[in-house]
Design a binder for this molecule. Sequence first.
Ligand SMILES: [Zn+2]
Length: 249
Amino acid sequence: MRRNWFTHVIAVAALALGGLGVATATVTATAPTAHADECYSWPRTLGSGASGADVTQLQIRVAGWVPRGQVMGIDGSFGAQTKTAVANFQRAYGLSADGVAGPATFSKIYALQDPDCTPVHFSYAEASENCGRGFTGTAAQKENMKRALWRAEALRHQLGDHPLRVTSGFRDTTCNASVGGATNSVHLNGGALDLVPGDGSTSICSIAKQARYAGFGGIFGPGYPNHSDHAHVDIRSSIAWDADACSGW
Ligand SMILES: [Zn+2]
């Protein structure tokens, strides 16, 4: 991945030098860091009509910024939903909200992602406790976990950057059965998270309620059987929500 980083710096430098004669020092300051590129670097600005694997990578990271009741279609095509999500992401992080993902947007994403492509405030490890056995799943299940964690990162920011704790994420069939999970639980494919407050600043109900604005298809909390002590959120593509013991639900 180091080569990607190097190539990108050269491209940025060439652009600046061929443009307005911007000082080289500025180029150095705005280049993505090597740390970020250990995960993924976007090679170009992305806006409406763009398509490709880089759009898919962007959609994964802004999927928690779609309007209430929507689930991001992660399809590699930059349409109206992606534009809205990018604009909401930009607004939430104090950037110019034009719905076009350029260097400033990608710099913010780089700052938010770890070398293993999980968002900074969550990890694969905490989402794969799996009854003490750790992650035993497939690459596709790990990808689902990543997609859920990026939505959790958005949710965390929306709740005022207070810590959230994952009490259960990926579960294999043995673990899922032992904790009484549904036989078709989204935990089995890695795309579900059980969340609790990480400090005294938020509540299970506030997590469940805000999750409606963070791109989660499945949300179950207080009022749904066996969900009084956590908020379950998942990345199913349809909407299935129930936390009706929460006031204001
Ligand atoms: Zn759950």
